[in-house]
Design a protein around this ligand. Sequence first.
Ligand code: OAD
Length: 261
Amino acid sequence: MTLDDPTVLADARAALRGATRIVFFTGAGMSADSGIPTFRDALTGLWERFDPALLASIDGFEADPALVWGWYEWRRQKVMQAQPNAGHRAIAAFAVQAKPRAVAVVTQNVDDLHERAGTSDAAEVVHLHGSILALRCFVCATPAGDALINAVPDEPEGGRRLTPPRCTACGGPMRPGVVWFGESLPPAAFDRATKLAQSADAFVVVGTSGVVEPAASLVRHARRHGATVIVIDPNESASTRDAHCWIAGSAAHALPLLLCD
Ligand code: OAD
């Protein structure tokens, strides 16, 4: 089961060699090696330290927009300062080298590290939970320009209360372009991800605990439709239980071993 077990890696590499449609399904663990915290890891996970009901819901935003805006501003800074890690770069290189085979990335992450690694130049990247960099009006959904994304130096851990900027169209408060608890996923993204999962021969799951639906259902969907499911995660999770092959390592370490010749 571990990276020290050469048969696991050899089996996973063989499954990838034989596949013509390969999907990478990524979660917060994908970006952990870039310094962006996960949600549910013990001690370091965001939901261990912050309350999702206050910070990631419509009710929370209505109750205290400045608290929510400040927290997302802090997280945006972290994303903008982070760099793609060796795992992101391995997927990007694989997408080029695998052509004409079809490679796609379906991510739950709201950062842009797959894009900055170059993956979107060679493969489709589907964001299921939106983007922390794409702001829109809470009231009328008008998107905001990049001008609203300003670097706030020396943000304290967890951010500070900041009044959200106002929408130029209707004057409503701006909100982050992420999916909050209780909200539906963007339908086009979820439809596309479902089709990709359905037609995949290899479905490589990286760094997701597999507890947030409906995203997590894609792993079971891919498996039911015949994909070999390979999971990269240092810890056992709901995702590892659905795996044909579990590589117990970090994204930055295991992906280059799996994907590079
Ligand atoms: P979680 O925090 O729930 O799970 C992260 C997974 O990554 C765990 O299984 C960890 O063991 C694993 N992990 C930690 N470090 C890793 C590393 N270096 N390499 C590989 N894996 C590592 O994050 P998600 O499953 O992505 O929703 O969470 C799903 C959703 O819950 C998120 O998209 C977010 C959150 O609420 C929204 O923002 C809508």
